[in-house]
Design a protein around this ligand. Sequence first.
Ligand code: AMP
Length: 454
Amino acid sequence: MRAVKNSIVYMTFDQLHLIKPILDALRTEGYTTPTPIQQQAIPVLLEGKDLLGCAQTGTGKTAAFAIPILQLMHKQRLEGKEQNKRYIRALVLTPTRELAIQIEESFSAYGRHCGFRHLTVFGGVSQNPQTDALHRGIDILVATPGRLLDLMDQGYINLKHIEYFVLDEADRMLDMGFVHDVKKIIAKLPLHRQSLFFSATMPKEIVSLANSILKNPVKVEVTPPSSTVDKIEQSIYFVGRKDKRLLLADILQDKNIKTALVFTRTKHGADKVAYDLHKKGIKSAAIHGNKSQNARQNALNSFKEGKIRVLVATDIAARGIDVDNLSHVFNFDLPNIAETYVHRIGRTARAGASGTAISFCDEEEKEYLYDIQKLIGKKIDVVEEHNYPLSKYVETAPPPRDRQQHGPRKNNGQARSGHGHSRSGQGQPRTSQGGGSGNRSGKRGFGKPKSGSR
Ligand code: AMP
């Protein structure tokens, strides 16, 4: 496998030998310089090679695959290689509806002068408009796996003319349990095709899935986190779990916070936060997998149009949400996977803009903070002056004897699923935990917790 290194060179789109209709479209979009993944992937793809892309949303990866596919299809048309009838020649598989919509919007933007027909198919909405469009004929299809299989089973879609296949966010597909569906779809693709595979992470299962799809791929890897993360102003508030909503509302009183994406760990949590903010007169909405597609799209549109200031989301629902000029990201709950922190905050400070990431850390999340700081290679500034310091919460906690009687998880109603006991160092007397005095200064939170289960 040939590997292309992550090098950032100043260049223009003209240097990538793109055709005029695409260059014109990119100019309309206001793009001047290709991003690193675009610089590396576009030439390889224009040569007709398979590609293994290690890149996440926010790197410009959609354009990195959409532009060469459009150009290759356009060239075939000019050379008269196209059949008279329209067939689906390019298929992009992606895990979420939001991503599917955004990918189709990208094809539509970059291909505005190319005259191809594209369609997005995803579940949770009526299939009739999708089947009507399929009847009229489609060149490029963007799909989530479940609905695509449904439509294939019903005979509306046949993949035998696919020449370009993109598997987007493969690791997320795996996380969401789509891997069998993906394999079924791949089995229906023609053997002779150009395949592109994107994943933010490359665990073993992903590598073997990639190997089963790609032929002599060129590997392209971009690591946006460090450069992006450096531009983002990051801070952390140590706060008791129950006080997080009050603290959020407090901080959001600052009108300089124009747009805020707030991440919660659970769907229920997202609803509660949005409801609370709304009650306090802060216009907000929650999006997550339990909401209908329409509700999610409406919330997203209202946010993009500035009708609401705050969008509260879970990681999965927020995946692929692309909002220009997002000023603030809040980690209402710290993620238990450090990379997720980088993904989340990378949504602000896009395209050279500045951004702010504010994180809340409660007693049980200190170890997550430790992992995050290890990953980003620096300590996040602690905001010590605020109305709900963690020390206040600890002081009102029941005495140690009580805690032992009721069991550590029941302490102050703070029990949460998904946290191993060892992560919070519970069961120890509160005075020796370092939670109270240590967090008055906040700085103790950086040290590796003593629970020592890792
Ligand atoms: P993606 O990683 O594909 O989700 O893209 C992230 C964002 O970057 C989207 O808003 C794109 O419109 C934008 N973008 C992609 N390529 C470029 C570029 N070369 N110059 C400026 N913005 C870009």
